[in-house]
Design a protein around this ligand. Structure first.
Ligand SMILES: N[C@@H](CCC(=O)N[C@@H](CS)C(=O)NCC(=O)O)C(=O)O
Length: 264
């Protein structure tokens, strides 16, 4: 162990009050807090299977301009999550974010947490709760869409159930897709006519979630998307995709193309 890595020791009296030792203790305590704050954000997710649920989280980091490290070694993640070798606070599945000792999973919860932390968050009490509501609907949509591609066995790969799951995909395209898109269209419209963001006059983590499912829908169901008469949603998607940090990300090599077999 190098000298730098050795544990610091503080020699002081005990039992006669904090004394001058307290000056030193406070410096250590604040330094530890700061080093936690400055620790890198890490995002645990799969690599090579498409943007997946990880993309909801990436878009929040990217729009906020906050650097993050992609922990996307599939073998290591399999060991941690499938073989249950993860230490620290229990997390069921990726995506998971980690900073210092803090780790958190469940995509809608992660996005809300980061949105609040990075200022991509509504301003009023009512908007905060409506944002929560719309965020839940966004994640219902992606979960139902994904399920349609796994109609026979939702824990197995799409490959192996391509034929059997076709009716579920057809039903999703005919029923849930238009119904939920209509809900998103009118939700957008409810905020001053629908030419800005979902809530108030600032972008939030929910706008980014909606952007992702619109992109996933277009990629997965190009015909249904083209036929969809939802002018506000389509303009919203174009507007958000053109934001400089997001546009740069979508063009980058690191941004994975949609897999085409589960909206992911
Ligand atoms: N409800 C969770 C679902 C997480 C989830 O299903 N993650 C997928 C990747 S998108 C996974 O790796 N699942 C492994 C498993 O369910 O064991 C969320 O929104 O984060």
């Amino acid at each position: 162990m190098s000298q730098d890595e050795a544990d610091w020791e503080l020699y002081y009296w005990k039992g006669i009050g904090p004394g001058r030792g307290e000056f030193v203790r406070l410096v250590f305590i604040e330094a530890i807090r700061m080093s936690q704050d400055e620790a890198d954000w890490e995002l645990f997710y799969w690599k090579g299977y498409g943007p997946g649920r990880g993309e909801f989280v990436r878009l929040v980091f990217i729009e906020a301009g906050v650097p993050f490290k992609q922990m996307n070694d599939n073998e290591k993640n399999r060991e941690l999550f499938k073989n249950k070798k993860l230490t620290g606070y229990p997390c069921f599945a990726v995506p998971m974010i980690k900073k210092g000792d803090f780790q958190l999973c469940q995509t809608p919860v992660i996005c809300k947490y980061l949105g609040k932390k990075f200022g991509l968050y509504p301003e009023t009490e009512e908007d905060i709760w409506h944002a929560e509501q719309v965020n839940a609907t966004v994640h219902d949509y992606i979960a139902e869409g994904r399920l349609a591609f796994h109609g026979i066995d939702h824990t197995a790969s799409y490959f192996g159930q391509e034929e059997g799951t076709k009716p579920y995909i057809e039903r999703f395209i005919k029923t849930r897709l238009p119904s939920m898109m209509e809900t998103f269209e009118v939700t957008l419209k409810a905020n001053g006519g629908g030419n800005g963001f979902l809530f108030g006059s600032k972008l939030t983590y929910v706008d980014l979630g909606l952007l992702h499912i619109l992109r996933a829908t277009e990629a997965q169901f190009p015909e249904a998307w083209a036929a969809l008469d939802k002018p506000l949603l389509k303009a919203f998607k174009n507007r958000l995709e053109a934001r400089p940090k997001l546009a740069a990300w979508f063009k980058s090599e690191e941004c994975e193309p949609f897999s085409g077999n589960s909206m992911m």
